[in-house]
Each structure stands twice: as structure tokens, then as C-alpha cells.
Design a binder for this molecule. Structure first.
Ligand SMILES: Cc1ncc(COP(=O)(O)OP(=O)(O)O)c(N)n1
Ligand SMILES: Cc1nc(C(=O)O)sc1CCOP(=O)(O)O
Ligand SMILES: [Mg+2]
Length: 207
């Protein structure tokens, strides 16, 4: 599987009121290759139901579902996982989910964190935030020069996250980002059709 293209990430508050599934499907129709279920709540029943529905959508559209933070949920569904620096061991996740699972790690703006993530079996390394982020304004800042260094040092696909828009994405892709991970600029939309159009425009940046 090629880890390249648009990486859509859901946001529960942004997609409240019945938008989660139609907006996620619109992103997939538009060409998102990875879809991350990012729900920071402790509502395990809702989280399972929503993640299962997203897994079905991803299967239908030939995309890969990634669960944020929650190894158990990823293992129950047999899907991928993204872990931050305080979310548990990538090596343990690799051992539990198997060699084929897509597992990503947050590396902020530090190549040393990426070294460790790769050594522990990460499928991709994520750097950010590159720009002001509506969703996570307090995330540590990264510069595009970091992408130059990461590209020469690592063979693994590089994900760029944080304030990525249709205007900022081309510069990240030109500097070596294999995927751009997007929440607000994709899903803060008035309709599913608008999400689909935006996803298509992001996906076209990789042609
Ligand atoms: C693709 C991608 N990159 C980075 C993150 C951030 O992960 P983390 O630092 O664990 O923060 P939360 O998203 O859990 O708040 C991510 N989720 N996805
Ligand atoms: C979840 C997350 N992690 C980040 C990091 O830098 O690690 S930035 C971020 C939020 C991304 O959302 P938006 O596209 O709305 O900026
Ligand atoms: Mg996390």
C-alpha cells in the first residue's frame, strides 16, 4: 500500500450533529487515502460504533483507517494506529497489530523522535505543527527545513500536520511530505459536497 496523498483526520466536536459519517465518506470519495478516527472522549461504546462504521467506509473506498491513541480499539477492529509521545509504545503496538498494520508516530519537530519511531517499527513519521492550527493551537512548532533533513535521513513516508490548507500544502509536498494530514481545512465545511471538493483538490496536489 502506498502511503502518499491526503490523510484526513476526524474531529469529534467539529463533526458533531451527524456529520461524522457523511463528511468522512465525502473525504474518501474525494480521494483521501488514510482516514484517522480522532476522538478524545472516554465513551468506549460510541467510539467502537463510530470506528466500526468508519472501517466499513474505508474498506468500501479502498482507504486505510487509523485509530488515534487507542491500541485496544485498533486491535479489536484490525486497523491501523497513530500514537503520540505519551500514548504508549510503538514497539508494543507493532507486536500486537502485526507486520502489515499501518502504525504512525508523532515526532513533533525532532529528528531524534523519528529515529526512535522508525527503530520501533513505525510505518510513517509525523512532523508538525507547520502552521497555526485551529484544532491544536498549542502543538510545538516545526519548520519546513526540518522536512529537508527528514527526507534525506529516513526512507519512511513523512506526514506533515498542523494548519495544512490548500495554500500551505504544496510547499510541504515540495519539501518531501508524502502525506498531508488535515482536519480544519477539510472538515470545517458547510456540506459534505464541499468536503468532497476540498478532498479532491488536496488529492490532486499529489498527481
Ligand atoms: C498524523 C498525525 N500526526 C500527529 C498527531 C498528533 O498526535 P498526538 O501528539 O498524540 O496528539 P493527539 O492527536 O492525540 O491529540 C496525530 N493525531 N496524527
Ligand atoms: C492533531 C494535531 N497534531 C498536531 C501536531 O503538531 O502534532 S497538529 C494537530 C491538529 C491538526 O489539525 P488542523 O489541520 O486543523 O490544524
Ligand atoms: Mg495522541
Amino acid at each position: 500500500m502506498s502511503l502518499r496523498g491526503l490523510y484526513a483526520i476526524t474531529d469529534t466536536p467539529l463533526l458533531a450533529g451527524g456529520k461524522l459519517l457523511p463528511y468522512a465518506e465525502a473525504a474518501l470519495i474525494g480521494g483521501a487515502r488514510l482516514l484517522q478516527y480522532r476522538d478524545k472522549s472516554a465513551d468506549t461504546v460510541r467510539r467502537f460504533d463510530e470506528a466500526q462504521a468508519l472501517a466499513e467506509l474505508c474498506q468500501r473506498h479502498g482507504a486505510t483507517l487509523i485509530i488515534n491513541d487507542d491500541l485496544e480499539l485498533a486491535a479489536r477492529l484490525g486497523v491501523g494506529l497513530h500514537l503520540g509521545q505519551t500514548d504508549g509504545s510503538l514497539a508494543a503496538a507493532r507486536a500486537r497489530l502485526g507486520a502489515d498494520a499501518v502504525i504512525g508516530g508523532t515526532c513533533h519537530a525532532q529528528l531524534e523522535l523519528a529515529e526512535r519511531a522508525v527503530a520501533e517499527g513505525a510505518s510513517y513519521i509525523a512532523f508538525g505543527r507547520f502552521f497555526n492550527s485551529n484544532t491544536k493551537p498549542g502543538a510545538p512548532a516545526a519548520t519546513v527545513e526540518l522536512l529537508d533533513q527528514a527526507r534525506t535521513r529516513f526512507a519512511q513516508p513523512i506526514v506533515a500536520i498542523g494548519g495544512v490548507t490548500l495554500e500551505t500544502a504544496p510547499g510541504l509536498i515540495a519539501r518531501g511530505a508524502s502525506m498531508v494530514a488535515v482536519i480544519h481545512a477539510l472538515f470545517a465545511a458547510d456540506s459534505a459536497l464541499e468536503v468532497q471538493d476540498r478532498a479532491r483538490a488536496f488529492a490532486a496536489l499529489f498527481d
